[in-house]
Design a protein around this ligand. Structure first.
Ligand code: LLP
Length: 418
């Protein structure tokens, strides 16, 4: 979807420099075609399996992105009331919403019950009791699944692994079994499924297969006690190739899961975020200064860790390419932002042929890019644009300074008085 034509960078059929002329930098661009093709990669490989694909809203929660996914038939995996309201506003079907997260508040639970979500993925015994109490109070039956912590290690950054004993997520299998015993007798709970989520940016299929096996084993134990479940949810977590690392394709990942599901009567629920949206996004920044330090060259751009925190937070790699290809010799740069932190970099040691004023494109930022952005250093958040063929539509205006302090109160302190 991203390619050069006569040395100019295009996203689908849109000239990136032209989009910047309209909307400025920093600018997030998303390719509709790329989102759709990732979505169909999932759907087309799941034809023979009862399933529900719940897009993990946290990856990118722009209303237009949610609305596009809802139009494709997506369900949604949410973790807050804010995400719930976004999904409803975007036209998402409440009956296809999974509510995950370790800290659901009473207010969040009540609203989710009122709109009739598909299921709560419950992360502790206390939460189960709270859901039962609220459901009873408002006279609803709460659909629940217990999130099991399968204690499976995955090769991923420690900040984004979630399926190990020391992580705060989910319940140990034995605890979950007690949870199911309780839920099966509780007046306002309906047991629907079992779930887990191992972590993110996972680069092999084996951990998913082992997790599925563990969940199915637990289901069988429950069945013996007369506790019946409808679905098994293996969460999200499939990685994407940021730096030409070998990642199983969506097809390969799904065929491994389907093999595990053969002859099983359950629905398969998945919660993909990154694998649906990461490769669809690119962040455009302008080179403000080229600075030659003693032993390094810096390309200082007008976008930094406030727009894209993944490099600072996880030392994550994102390819950085020029919007205009120049023929001059390439030079090695650290591509850094304007924020006052040494971790404010977008890429370290990148070979680029650039001049001050040039545009750079940071690739594969559709997931956990804008959604993790902030106003640190009182920097307005970037604009977002959805590209489809020759068309490009602004889906989030660039923030104005006044937006940044619109909720603040300025107390007036007169000088010299106590
Ligand atoms: N389901 C649950 C319960 C989750 O916690 C997550 C992600 C997902 C699904 C979606 O996982 P995915 O398919 O996107 O890997 N900020 C980090 C990623 C944190 C992921 C948190 N949970 C990053 O930028 O790499």
């Amino acid at each position: 979807m991203i390619h050069y034509q006569h040395k100019h960078l295009y996203l689908e059929e849109c000239d990136v420099a032209g989009l910047v002329a309209r909307w400025g930098t920093p600018l997030y661009l998303y390719s509709r075609q790329s989102i759709e093709s990732n979505w169909f990669a999932y759907e087309s490989n799941l034809k023979k399996q009862d399933h529900l694909l719940c897009y993990a809203v946290k990856a990118n929660s722009n209303l237009s992105i949610l609305s596009l996914l809802a139009s494709l038939g997506a369900g949604f995996d949410i973790v807050s009331l804010g995400e719930l309201e976004r999904v409803l506003l975007a036209g998402g079907d409440p009956k296809k919403i999974i509510f995950s997260g370790v800290g659901k508040t009473a207010q969040e639970i009540q609203r989710a019950l009122e709109v009739g979500i598909y299921c709560f993925n419950v992360e502790s015994f206390s939460e189960l009791l709270t859901i039962q109490a609220i459901a009873k109070k408002i006279n609803r039956v709460a659909p629940i699944a217990l999130r099991v912590n399968p204690h499976i290690s995955v090769k991923a950054h420690p900040y984004i692994t979630t399926g190990l004993k020391h992580n705060k997520f989910g319940m140990a299998v034995a605890q979950a079994e007690e949870g199911y015993d309780y839920a099966s007798t509780a007046s306002h709970l309906k047991i629907k499924g079992i779930s887990c989520h191992l972590g993110s940016q996972i680069t092999e299929v084996e951990p998913f297969v082992s997790a599925l096996e563990k969940l199915l084993k637990t289901i069988k134990k429950l069945e013996k006690k007369g506790i019946h479940l409808d679905f098994v949810d293996v969460g999200g977590g499939l990685g994407v190739s940021y730096q030409r690392e070998k990642i199983p394709s969506i097809k390969k990942y799904l065929s491994a899961l389907l093999l595990g599901m053969r002859k099983e009567p359950y629905h398969l629920v998945l919660e993909p975020g990154r694998s649906l949206i990461a490769t669809a996004g690119v962040l455009i920044a302008r080179v403000e200064y080229i600075k030659k330090a003693e032993n390094k060259n810096f390309a200082i751009v007008d976008s930094g860790m406030n727009d894209l925190i993944r490099p600072a937070l996880y030392e994550a790699w994102h390819d950085i390419i020029p919007v205009l290809q120049r023929s001059q010799r390439k030079v090695c740069y650290d591509v850094v932002g304007p924020v006052c932190e040494s971790s404010d970099f977008l890429g370290i040691e990148r070979e680029l042929s650039i001049l001050e004023g040039d545009l750079l494109a940071v690739r594969d930022v559709g997931a956990y890019g804008f959604s993790l952005s902030s106003n640190y250093n009182t920097r307005p958040r970037a604009a977002e644009v959805l590209v489809s063929g020759k068309k490009a539509v602004l889906i989030r205006e660039r923030e104005q300074f006044s937006d940044l302090w619109s909720k603040e109160k300025k107390l007036n302190f007169s000088r010299g008085r106590k």
